[in-house]
Design a protein around this ligand. Structure first.
Ligand SMILES: C[S@@+](CC[C@H](N)C(=O)[O-])C[C@H]1O[C@@H](n2cnc3c(N)ncnc32)[C@H](O)[C@@H]1O
Length: 503
Protein backbone atom coordinates (compact mmCIF):
# COMPACT_ATOMS: atom_id res chain seq x y z
CA UNK A 1 0.00 0.00 0.00
CA UNK A 2 1.33 3.44 -0.91
CA UNK A 3 2.02 6.05 1.74
CA UNK A 4 -0.78 8.33 0.56
CA UNK A 5 -3.23 5.43 0.73
CA UNK A 6 -2.19 4.51 4.27
CA UNK A 7 -2.69 8.12 5.36
CA UNK A 8 -6.06 8.26 3.57
CA UNK A 9 -7.26 5.07 5.27
CA UNK A 10 -6.20 6.34 8.71
CA UNK A 11 -8.03 9.60 8.05
CA UNK A 12 -11.18 7.82 6.81
CA UNK A 13 -11.26 5.70 9.97
CA UNK A 14 -10.90 8.84 12.10
CA UNK A 15 -13.92 10.35 10.33
CA UNK A 16 -16.14 7.33 10.77
CA UNK A 17 -16.07 6.41 7.07
CA UNK A 18 -16.87 2.69 6.85
CA UNK A 19 -15.67 0.66 3.91
CA UNK A 20 -16.63 -3.00 3.51
CA UNK A 21 -13.94 -5.69 3.74
CA UNK A 22 -15.09 -6.60 0.22
CA UNK A 23 -13.52 -3.42 -1.18
CA UNK A 24 -9.83 -2.83 -1.66
CA UNK A 25 -8.46 0.57 -2.68
CA UNK A 26 -5.51 0.21 -5.05
CA UNK A 27 -3.03 2.84 -6.07
CA UNK A 28 -0.72 2.51 -9.05
CA UNK A 29 0.68 4.54 -11.95
CA UNK A 30 -2.80 4.88 -13.48
CA UNK A 31 -4.18 6.40 -10.25
CA UNK A 32 -6.48 5.09 -7.56
CA UNK A 33 -9.25 2.54 -8.20
CA UNK A 34 -11.45 0.24 -6.15
CA UNK A 35 -11.33 -3.53 -6.55
CA UNK A 36 -13.43 -6.26 -4.92
CA UNK A 37 -11.69 -8.76 -2.65
CA UNK A 38 -14.60 -11.21 -2.82
CA UNK A 39 -17.80 -11.67 -4.81
CA UNK A 40 -20.13 -8.75 -4.05
CA UNK A 41 -23.85 -9.30 -4.48
CA UNK A 42 -26.57 -6.91 -5.59
CA UNK A 43 -28.02 -4.95 -2.68
CA UNK A 44 -24.95 -5.24 -0.48
CA UNK A 45 -24.07 -2.00 1.32
CA UNK A 46 -20.34 -1.51 0.87
CA UNK A 47 -19.69 1.92 2.40
CA UNK A 48 -21.11 4.53 4.74
CA UNK A 49 -19.84 8.07 4.62
CA UNK A 50 -20.94 10.64 7.21
CA UNK A 51 -21.79 13.93 5.50
CA UNK A 52 -19.69 15.68 8.13
CA UNK A 53 -16.65 14.06 6.48
CA UNK A 54 -17.48 15.60 3.10
CA UNK A 55 -15.68 18.78 2.13
CA UNK A 56 -18.32 21.34 1.17
CA UNK A 57 -18.74 25.11 1.32
CA UNK A 58 -20.79 24.44 4.48
CA UNK A 59 -18.30 22.23 6.30
CA UNK A 60 -15.14 24.13 5.32
CA UNK A 61 -13.46 26.55 7.74
CA UNK A 62 -13.95 29.19 5.05
CA UNK A 63 -17.74 28.87 5.26
CA UNK A 64 -18.36 32.35 6.58
CA UNK A 65 -16.20 34.06 3.98
CA UNK A 66 -17.70 31.97 1.17
CA UNK A 67 -21.22 32.76 2.28
CA UNK A 68 -20.43 36.43 2.75
CA UNK A 69 -19.01 36.58 -0.77
CA UNK A 70 -22.14 34.79 -2.03
CA UNK A 71 -20.15 32.05 -3.77
CA UNK A 72 -22.43 29.11 -4.56
CA UNK A 73 -22.12 25.93 -6.59
CA UNK A 74 -18.76 24.93 -7.94
CA UNK A 75 -17.25 28.36 -7.22
CA UNK A 76 -18.00 28.05 -3.50
CA UNK A 77 -16.71 24.50 -3.46
CA UNK A 78 -13.52 25.44 -5.32
CA UNK A 79 -12.93 28.21 -2.75
CA UNK A 80 -13.43 25.69 0.06
CA UNK A 81 -10.96 23.26 -1.53
CA UNK A 82 -8.38 26.04 -1.99
CA UNK A 83 -8.80 27.15 1.59
CA UNK A 84 -8.40 23.68 3.07
CA UNK A 85 -5.43 22.98 0.77
CA UNK A 86 -3.82 26.19 1.98
CA UNK A 87 -4.17 25.00 5.59
CA UNK A 88 -2.54 21.71 4.52
CA UNK A 89 -1.74 19.66 7.68
CA UNK A 90 -3.88 21.95 9.78
CA UNK A 91 -6.93 21.14 7.68
CA UNK A 92 -9.53 18.75 9.02
CA UNK A 93 -9.31 17.09 5.55
CA UNK A 94 -5.50 16.79 5.46
CA UNK A 95 -5.56 12.98 5.16
CA UNK A 96 -8.07 13.21 2.30
CA UNK A 97 -6.46 16.10 0.44
CA UNK A 98 -2.98 14.54 0.39
CA UNK A 99 -4.41 11.58 -1.58
CA UNK A 100 -5.78 13.79 -4.39
CA UNK A 101 -3.77 14.69 -7.47
CA UNK A 102 -2.63 18.33 -7.51
CA UNK A 103 -4.85 18.82 -10.55
CA UNK A 104 -6.86 16.59 -12.86
CA UNK A 105 -5.76 16.67 -16.50
CA UNK A 106 -9.07 18.11 -17.71
CA UNK A 107 -8.77 20.42 -20.76
CA UNK A 108 -9.60 23.54 -18.74
CA UNK A 109 -6.28 22.98 -17.00
CA UNK A 110 -4.27 22.54 -20.24
CA UNK A 111 -1.98 25.23 -21.61
CA UNK A 112 -3.46 27.39 -24.41
CA UNK A 113 -0.98 25.85 -26.90
CA UNK A 114 -2.01 22.31 -25.92
CA UNK A 115 -5.67 23.18 -26.39
CA UNK A 116 -4.99 24.42 -29.92
CA UNK A 117 -2.71 21.52 -30.76
CA UNK A 118 -4.76 18.64 -29.35
CA UNK A 119 -8.34 19.81 -29.68
CA UNK A 120 -8.38 21.58 -33.03
CA UNK A 121 -11.41 20.52 -35.07
CA UNK A 122 -13.08 18.69 -32.19
CA UNK A 123 -16.30 19.58 -30.43
CA UNK A 124 -14.26 20.81 -27.47
CA UNK A 125 -11.91 23.31 -29.05
CA UNK A 126 -14.11 26.40 -28.85
CA UNK A 127 -15.80 25.39 -25.58
CA UNK A 128 -12.53 24.93 -23.71
CA UNK A 129 -11.15 28.23 -24.97
CA UNK A 130 -14.30 29.90 -23.65
CA UNK A 131 -13.97 28.00 -20.36
CA UNK A 132 -10.46 29.32 -19.88
CA UNK A 133 -11.58 32.90 -20.31
CA UNK A 134 -14.53 32.46 -17.92
CA UNK A 135 -12.41 30.74 -15.29
CA UNK A 136 -9.95 33.62 -15.32
CA UNK A 137 -12.81 36.08 -14.88
CA UNK A 138 -14.26 34.03 -12.01
CA UNK A 139 -10.92 33.99 -10.30
CA UNK A 140 -10.43 37.74 -10.66
CA UNK A 141 -13.96 38.69 -9.68
CA UNK A 142 -14.82 36.10 -7.03
CA UNK A 143 -11.69 34.46 -5.63
CA UNK A 144 -9.24 37.37 -5.45
CA UNK A 145 -11.60 39.49 -3.30
CA UNK A 146 -11.61 36.67 -0.72
CA UNK A 147 -8.01 37.57 0.08
CA UNK A 148 -9.18 40.76 1.72
CA UNK A 149 -11.80 38.90 3.71
CA UNK A 150 -11.03 39.97 7.26
CA UNK A 151 -11.32 36.85 9.41
CA UNK A 152 -9.42 34.43 7.18
CA UNK A 153 -5.95 35.96 6.74
CA UNK A 154 -5.41 34.04 3.53
CA UNK A 155 -2.01 33.68 1.96
CA UNK A 156 -2.10 35.16 -1.55
CA UNK A 157 0.10 32.42 -3.03
CA UNK A 158 -2.44 29.75 -2.07
CA UNK A 159 -5.19 31.64 -3.89
CA UNK A 160 -3.45 32.38 -7.17
CA UNK A 161 -4.96 31.65 -10.57
CA UNK A 162 -3.03 28.35 -10.84
CA UNK A 163 -4.37 27.19 -7.48
CA UNK A 164 -7.87 28.06 -8.62
CA UNK A 165 -7.45 26.02 -11.80
CA UNK A 166 -6.12 23.10 -9.69
CA UNK A 167 -9.16 23.26 -7.40
CA UNK A 168 -11.58 23.73 -10.28
CA UNK A 169 -10.19 20.65 -12.07
CA UNK A 170 -10.80 18.55 -8.95
CA UNK A 171 -14.29 19.95 -8.41
CA UNK A 172 -15.23 19.30 -12.03
CA UNK A 173 -13.98 15.73 -12.02
CA UNK A 174 -14.80 14.53 -8.49
CA UNK A 175 -17.64 16.47 -6.84
CA UNK A 176 -21.12 15.17 -6.07
CA UNK A 177 -24.38 16.91 -5.38
CA UNK A 178 -25.03 15.97 -1.76
CA UNK A 179 -28.26 17.64 -0.66
CA UNK A 180 -29.96 21.01 -0.33
CA UNK A 181 -28.00 21.95 2.72
CA UNK A 182 -24.50 21.07 1.48
CA UNK A 183 -24.98 21.57 -2.23
CA UNK A 184 -22.00 20.19 -4.14
CA UNK A 185 -19.17 18.60 -2.24
CA UNK A 186 -16.12 16.39 -2.28
CA UNK A 187 -17.15 12.96 -0.98
CA UNK A 188 -14.17 10.95 0.28
CA UNK A 189 -14.11 7.26 -0.70
CA UNK A 190 -17.04 7.72 -3.11
CA UNK A 191 -14.70 9.68 -5.39
CA UNK A 192 -12.23 6.82 -5.72
CA UNK A 193 -14.42 4.81 -8.07
CA UNK A 194 -13.66 4.99 -11.78
CA UNK A 195 -16.34 5.28 -14.44
CA UNK A 196 -17.64 2.70 -16.88
CA UNK A 197 -20.36 3.72 -19.34
CA UNK A 198 -23.59 1.85 -18.73
CA UNK A 199 -21.93 -0.86 -16.64
CA UNK A 200 -21.57 0.52 -13.14
CA UNK A 201 -21.57 -1.63 -10.01
CA UNK A 202 -22.33 0.93 -7.28
CA UNK A 203 -24.89 3.59 -6.54
CA UNK A 204 -24.82 6.16 -3.75
CA UNK A 205 -27.84 7.13 -1.72
CA UNK A 206 -28.73 9.33 1.18
CA UNK A 207 -29.54 7.27 4.23
CA UNK A 208 -32.30 8.50 6.44
CA UNK A 209 -31.50 8.13 10.13
CA UNK A 210 -35.19 7.39 10.55
CA UNK A 211 -35.32 4.38 8.23
CA UNK A 212 -38.74 3.51 6.93
CA UNK A 213 -40.22 6.80 8.03
CA UNK A 214 -42.01 9.37 5.88
CA UNK A 215 -38.67 10.71 4.80
CA UNK A 216 -37.95 7.66 2.68
CA UNK A 217 -41.29 8.09 1.04
CA UNK A 218 -40.59 11.77 0.43
CA UNK A 219 -37.28 10.87 -1.07
CA UNK A 220 -38.94 8.56 -3.56
CA UNK A 221 -41.64 11.06 -4.34
CA UNK A 222 -39.18 13.82 -4.98
CA UNK A 223 -37.13 12.18 -7.65
CA UNK A 224 -39.39 9.35 -8.58
CA UNK A 225 -36.67 6.75 -8.84
CA UNK A 226 -34.83 6.12 -5.66
CA UNK A 227 -32.83 3.29 -7.14
CA UNK A 228 -33.73 3.47 -10.80
CA UNK A 229 -31.36 6.09 -12.05
CA UNK A 230 -31.76 5.97 -15.77
CA UNK A 231 -33.93 9.07 -16.10
CA UNK A 232 -31.94 10.84 -13.49
CA UNK A 233 -28.76 10.88 -15.48
CA UNK A 234 -29.75 13.50 -18.00
CA UNK A 235 -26.82 15.85 -17.69
CA UNK A 236 -29.12 18.66 -18.79
CA UNK A 237 -30.86 18.47 -15.44
CA UNK A 238 -27.75 19.52 -13.60
CA UNK A 239 -26.30 23.01 -13.41
CA UNK A 240 -24.08 23.45 -16.44
CA UNK A 241 -21.00 24.00 -14.32
CA UNK A 242 -21.11 20.53 -12.82
CA UNK A 243 -23.08 18.62 -15.40
CA UNK A 244 -22.40 14.94 -15.20
CA UNK A 245 -20.91 14.84 -11.74
CA UNK A 246 -20.27 11.30 -10.60
CA UNK A 247 -23.68 9.82 -10.01
CA UNK A 248 -25.04 10.32 -6.59
CA UNK A 249 -28.58 9.13 -6.01
CA UNK A 250 -29.64 11.78 -3.66
CA UNK A 251 -33.13 10.82 -2.62
CA UNK A 252 -33.58 13.93 -0.56
CA UNK A 253 -32.22 16.50 -2.92
CA UNK A 254 -34.88 18.84 -4.25
CA UNK A 255 -32.80 19.90 -7.18
CA UNK A 256 -31.81 23.39 -6.06
CA UNK A 257 -28.84 22.35 -3.99
CA UNK A 258 -26.77 24.87 -5.87
CA UNK A 259 -28.42 27.79 -4.17
CA UNK A 260 -27.09 28.24 -0.69
CA UNK A 261 -29.42 31.09 0.11
CA UNK A 262 -32.43 28.89 -0.43
CA UNK A 263 -31.05 25.86 1.36
CA UNK A 264 -32.46 25.02 4.75
CA UNK A 265 -30.28 26.24 7.55
CA UNK A 266 -29.56 22.97 9.22
CA UNK A 267 -28.80 19.42 8.34
CA UNK A 268 -32.05 17.53 8.75
CA UNK A 269 -32.09 13.81 9.33
CA UNK A 270 -29.84 12.32 6.71
CA UNK A 271 -26.34 12.51 8.09
CA UNK A 272 -24.94 9.55 6.17
CA UNK A 273 -24.35 8.61 2.54
CA UNK A 274 -24.36 4.98 1.58
CA UNK A 275 -22.95 3.02 -1.33
CA UNK A 276 -24.85 -0.01 -2.53
CA UNK A 277 -23.91 -2.68 -5.04
CA UNK A 278 -26.39 -2.58 -7.92
CA UNK A 279 -24.66 -5.10 -10.16
CA UNK A 280 -22.73 -8.05 -8.75
CA UNK A 281 -18.93 -7.95 -8.91
CA UNK A 282 -16.66 -11.00 -9.13
CA UNK A 283 -13.78 -11.22 -6.71
CA UNK A 284 -10.75 -9.35 -8.04
CA UNK A 285 -12.71 -7.23 -10.53
CA UNK A 286 -12.73 -3.42 -10.47
CA UNK A 287 -15.84 -1.86 -8.93
CA UNK A 288 -17.14 0.93 -11.18
CA UNK A 289 -19.44 3.89 -10.71
CA UNK A 290 -21.06 5.80 -13.58
CA UNK A 291 -20.63 9.52 -14.13
CA UNK A 292 -23.55 9.54 -16.56
CA UNK A 293 -24.27 8.62 -20.16
CA UNK A 294 -21.89 10.88 -21.99
CA UNK A 295 -20.10 11.10 -25.30
CA UNK A 296 -16.33 11.44 -25.42
CA UNK A 297 -16.33 15.22 -25.73
CA UNK A 298 -18.30 15.51 -22.46
CA UNK A 299 -16.16 12.87 -20.73
CA UNK A 300 -12.92 14.57 -21.74
CA UNK A 301 -14.29 18.00 -20.87
CA UNK A 302 -15.29 17.11 -17.32
CA UNK A 303 -13.11 14.17 -16.37
CA UNK A 304 -10.07 14.23 -18.65
CA UNK A 305 -10.60 10.81 -20.20
CA UNK A 306 -12.47 9.14 -23.07
CA UNK A 307 -13.66 5.66 -24.01
CA UNK A 308 -13.04 4.00 -27.35
CA UNK A 309 -16.29 2.82 -28.98
CA UNK A 310 -18.43 4.95 -26.70
CA UNK A 311 -22.05 4.37 -27.83
CA UNK A 312 -23.08 7.82 -26.53
CA UNK A 313 -20.63 9.61 -28.76
CA UNK A 314 -21.94 12.29 -31.09
CA UNK A 315 -20.58 14.88 -33.46
CA UNK A 316 -22.33 18.15 -34.19
CA UNK A 317 -22.92 20.04 -37.42
CA UNK A 318 -23.48 23.73 -36.69
CA UNK A 319 -26.48 25.43 -38.28
CA UNK A 320 -24.05 28.11 -39.42
CA UNK A 321 -22.11 25.51 -41.41
CA UNK A 322 -25.35 24.41 -43.11
CA UNK A 323 -26.26 28.03 -43.88
CA UNK A 324 -22.81 28.81 -45.31
CA UNK A 325 -22.85 25.66 -47.42
CA UNK A 326 -26.38 26.36 -48.73
CA UNK A 327 -25.46 29.97 -49.50
CA UNK A 328 -22.53 28.71 -51.57
CA UNK A 329 -24.90 26.43 -53.52
CA UNK A 330 -27.74 28.89 -53.94
CA UNK A 331 -27.61 32.44 -52.56
CA UNK A 332 -27.74 33.95 -49.09
CA UNK A 333 -31.20 35.33 -49.79
CA UNK A 334 -32.52 31.98 -51.00
CA UNK A 335 -30.99 30.24 -47.94
CA UNK A 336 -32.44 32.79 -45.52
CA UNK A 337 -35.91 32.28 -46.99
CA UNK A 338 -35.68 28.47 -46.71
CA UNK A 339 -34.29 28.53 -43.16
CA UNK A 340 -36.95 31.01 -42.18
CA UNK A 341 -39.73 28.75 -43.49
CA UNK A 342 -38.21 25.79 -41.63
CA UNK A 343 -38.28 27.91 -38.47
CA UNK A 344 -41.88 28.92 -39.05
CA UNK A 345 -42.75 25.28 -38.60
CA UNK A 346 -41.33 25.70 -35.06
CA UNK A 347 -38.31 23.62 -35.96
CA UNK A 348 -34.82 24.22 -34.58
CA UNK A 349 -31.56 22.44 -33.93
CA UNK A 350 -30.13 21.82 -30.47
CA UNK A 351 -29.40 25.12 -28.83
CA UNK A 352 -26.56 25.78 -26.44
CA UNK A 353 -25.27 29.05 -25.03
CA UNK A 354 -24.19 30.63 -28.28
CA UNK A 355 -24.73 28.14 -31.04
CA UNK A 356 -27.36 26.06 -32.74
CA UNK A 357 -26.36 22.67 -34.08
CA UNK A 358 -27.53 19.25 -35.22
CA UNK A 359 -26.36 16.02 -33.64
CA UNK A 360 -25.02 13.09 -35.63
CA UNK A 361 -25.31 9.90 -33.59
CA UNK A 362 -22.48 7.43 -33.02
CA UNK A 363 -23.99 5.37 -35.85
CA UNK A 364 -23.74 8.33 -38.23
CA UNK A 365 -27.49 9.08 -38.23
CA UNK A 366 -28.30 12.77 -38.58
CA UNK A 367 -30.84 14.53 -36.38
CA UNK A 368 -34.26 14.59 -38.05
CA UNK A 369 -34.43 18.41 -37.96
CA UNK A 370 -31.33 18.56 -40.17
CA UNK A 371 -32.91 16.22 -42.72
CA UNK A 372 -36.03 18.39 -42.79
CA UNK A 373 -33.97 21.57 -43.23
CA UNK A 374 -32.04 20.08 -46.14
CA UNK A 375 -35.28 18.82 -47.65
CA UNK A 376 -36.79 22.32 -47.41
CA UNK A 377 -33.64 23.85 -48.92
CA UNK A 378 -33.97 21.57 -51.94
CA UNK A 379 -37.72 21.96 -52.49
CA UNK A 380 -38.44 23.11 -56.05
CA UNK A 381 -39.67 26.71 -56.10
CA UNK A 382 -43.27 25.77 -56.98
CA UNK A 383 -43.54 23.33 -54.09
CA UNK A 384 -41.84 25.80 -51.75
CA UNK A 385 -44.39 28.53 -52.55
CA UNK A 386 -47.27 26.11 -52.12
CA UNK A 387 -45.87 25.01 -48.76
CA UNK A 388 -45.31 28.61 -47.73
CA UNK A 389 -49.07 29.10 -47.73
CA UNK A 390 -49.59 26.08 -45.52
CA UNK A 391 -47.18 26.91 -42.67
CA UNK A 392 -48.83 26.60 -39.30
CA UNK A 393 -46.45 26.76 -36.36
CA UNK A 394 -47.61 24.02 -34.02
CA UNK A 395 -44.58 23.22 -31.91
CA UNK A 396 -45.13 19.65 -32.99
CA UNK A 397 -42.47 18.11 -35.21
CA UNK A 398 -44.85 15.35 -36.25
CA UNK A 399 -47.38 17.85 -37.65
CA UNK A 400 -44.59 19.83 -39.32
CA UNK A 401 -43.29 16.71 -41.06
CA UNK A 402 -46.67 15.57 -42.25
CA UNK A 403 -47.42 19.05 -43.69
CA UNK A 404 -44.01 19.37 -45.34
CA UNK A 405 -44.24 15.91 -46.89
CA UNK A 406 -47.88 16.31 -47.89
CA UNK A 407 -47.03 18.75 -50.69
CA UNK A 408 -45.12 16.10 -52.59
CA UNK A 409 -46.70 12.90 -51.32
CA UNK A 410 -50.40 12.41 -51.56
CA UNK A 411 -50.80 10.17 -48.53
CA UNK A 412 -50.46 11.50 -45.01
CA UNK A 413 -47.12 10.39 -43.52
CA UNK A 414 -46.81 10.30 -39.77
CA UNK A 415 -43.72 10.34 -37.59
CA UNK A 416 -44.87 7.05 -36.15
CA UNK A 417 -43.54 5.46 -39.31
CA UNK A 418 -40.06 6.88 -38.89
CA UNK A 419 -38.51 4.74 -41.62
CA UNK A 420 -41.06 6.00 -44.11
CA UNK A 421 -40.45 9.62 -43.03
CA UNK A 422 -36.70 9.22 -43.48
CA UNK A 423 -37.23 7.51 -46.80
CA UNK A 424 -39.24 10.48 -48.03
CA UNK A 425 -36.79 13.06 -46.70
CA UNK A 426 -33.66 11.33 -47.93
CA UNK A 427 -33.99 12.34 -51.55
CA UNK A 428 -30.85 12.21 -53.65
CA UNK A 429 -30.03 15.90 -53.18
CA UNK A 430 -30.43 15.72 -49.39
CA UNK A 431 -28.06 12.73 -49.28
CA UNK A 432 -25.50 14.54 -51.40
CA UNK A 433 -25.92 17.58 -49.12
CA UNK A 434 -25.17 15.39 -46.10
CA UNK A 435 -22.00 14.10 -47.76
CA UNK A 436 -20.87 17.66 -48.51
CA UNK A 437 -21.56 18.79 -44.94
CA UNK A 438 -19.60 15.81 -43.56
CA UNK A 439 -16.69 16.67 -45.85
CA UNK A 440 -16.68 20.33 -44.83
CA UNK A 441 -16.88 19.39 -41.12
CA UNK A 442 -13.98 16.93 -41.69
CA UNK A 443 -11.74 19.76 -42.86
CA UNK A 444 -11.85 21.30 -39.37
CA UNK A 445 -9.35 18.64 -38.26
CA UNK A 446 -6.60 19.98 -40.49
CA UNK A 447 -4.37 18.20 -42.96
CA UNK A 448 -4.02 14.79 -41.31
CA UNK A 449 -6.43 12.06 -42.41
CA UNK A 450 -8.49 9.76 -40.20
CA UNK A 451 -6.02 6.99 -41.09
CA UNK A 452 -3.13 9.13 -39.84
CA UNK A 453 -4.97 9.78 -36.57
CA UNK A 454 -5.79 6.09 -36.13
CA UNK A 455 -2.14 5.13 -36.62
CA UNK A 456 -1.03 7.83 -34.19
CA UNK A 457 -3.55 6.53 -31.65
CA UNK A 458 -2.31 2.95 -32.01
CA UNK A 459 1.22 4.08 -31.24
CA UNK A 460 0.25 6.45 -28.43
CA UNK A 461 0.86 5.48 -24.83
CA UNK A 462 -2.18 5.80 -22.53
CA UNK A 463 -0.06 7.46 -19.89
CA UNK A 464 0.35 10.43 -22.24
CA UNK A 465 -3.18 11.41 -21.18
CA UNK A 466 -3.66 14.65 -23.09
CA UNK A 467 -2.45 13.25 -26.42
CA UNK A 468 -4.11 9.85 -25.98
CA UNK A 469 -7.57 11.08 -25.01
CA UNK A 470 -7.62 13.92 -27.52
CA UNK A 471 -6.70 11.39 -30.23
CA UNK A 472 -9.54 9.12 -29.10
CA UNK A 473 -11.87 12.12 -29.35
CA UNK A 474 -10.63 13.07 -32.83
CA UNK A 475 -10.80 9.49 -34.07
CA UNK A 476 -14.27 8.86 -32.66
CA UNK A 477 -15.64 12.10 -34.12
CA UNK A 478 -14.07 11.43 -37.53
CA UNK A 479 -15.39 7.88 -37.56
CA UNK A 480 -18.90 9.26 -36.99
CA UNK A 481 -18.47 11.65 -39.92
CA UNK A 482 -17.30 8.72 -42.04
CA UNK A 483 -20.40 6.78 -40.99
CA UNK A 484 -22.56 9.79 -41.90
CA UNK A 485 -21.08 9.74 -45.40
CA UNK A 486 -21.64 5.99 -45.66
CA UNK A 487 -25.22 6.42 -44.40
CA UNK A 488 -25.96 9.08 -47.03
CA UNK A 489 -24.14 7.30 -49.89
CA UNK A 490 -25.77 3.97 -49.10
CA UNK A 491 -29.19 5.61 -49.23
CA UNK A 492 -28.41 7.09 -52.66
CA UNK A 493 -27.29 3.63 -53.90
CA UNK A 494 -30.30 1.79 -52.45
CA UNK A 495 -32.68 4.30 -54.01
CA UNK A 496 -30.92 4.06 -57.38
CA UNK A 497 -31.18 0.26 -57.29
CA UNK A 498 -34.88 0.40 -56.45
CA UNK A 499 -35.42 2.90 -59.27
CA UNK A 500 -33.66 0.67 -61.81
CA UNK A 501 -35.70 -2.35 -60.66
CA UNK A 502 -38.96 -0.41 -60.94
CA UNK A 503 -38.09 0.63 -64.47
C1 LIG B 1 -13.75 10.46 -9.31
S1 LIG B 1 -12.10 10.23 -9.79
C2 LIG B 1 -11.89 8.50 -9.73
C3 LIG B 1 -10.66 8.08 -8.96
C4 LIG B 1 -9.36 8.39 -9.61
N1 LIG B 1 -8.97 7.29 -10.49
C5 LIG B 1 -8.23 8.69 -8.65
O1 LIG B 1 -7.09 8.35 -8.96
O2 LIG B 1 -8.47 9.29 -7.61
C6 LIG B 1 -12.28 10.64 -11.48
C7 LIG B 1 -10.98 10.58 -12.28
O3 LIG B 1 -10.57 9.23 -12.43
C8 LIG B 1 -10.09 8.98 -13.74
N2 LIG B 1 -10.99 8.01 -14.39
C9 LIG B 1 -12.21 7.61 -13.97
N3 LIG B 1 -12.75 6.67 -14.78
C10 LIG B 1 -11.84 6.48 -15.76
C11 LIG B 1 -11.80 5.64 -16.92
N4 LIG B 1 -12.80 4.82 -17.23
N5 LIG B 1 -10.70 5.69 -17.71
C12 LIG B 1 -9.67 6.54 -17.42
N6 LIG B 1 -9.65 7.36 -16.34
C13 LIG B 1 -10.71 7.32 -15.52
C14 LIG B 1 -10.11 10.32 -14.46
O4 LIG B 1 -8.86 10.90 -14.31
C15 LIG B 1 -11.16 11.09 -13.68
O5 LIG B 1 -11.01 12.49 -13.74
Amino acid sequence: MTRRLRALKRWMASQGIDSSDGLEIRDDDAGIRVVSTRDLGEGEAVARIPKSACLTARTSGAREAIEEAGLGGSLGLAAAVMYERALWEESAWAGYLQALPRREAVPLAWEAGEIDEFLVGTELHKTVKEDKALIYEDWKECILPLLSSAPLKLEPRSFGYDQYVDAKSLVTSRSFEIDDYHGFGMVPLADLFNHKTGAENVHFTNVSSDSGSDNDQNAEDQNGHYDDYSDNLSTDDLPSEINGSPTFFSGETCGNGNNMEDASSSEVDSPVLEMIIVKGVKSGDEVFNTYGYMGNAALLHRYGFTELDNPYDIVNIDLKLVIDWSSSQFSSRYTRARVSMWRRFDLSGCVSQNSEYFEISSEGEPQLELLILLYVIFLPDGVYHKLNQMVTPSGDISKAISTILSVKHNTSISLEDLDMVKDCLLIDKVCRGLVSLAEIRERYYGKTSLDDDEKKLMNCCKSNKKLYHSLVLRVSERRILKKLKTYASRTIKVKKRTFVKRR
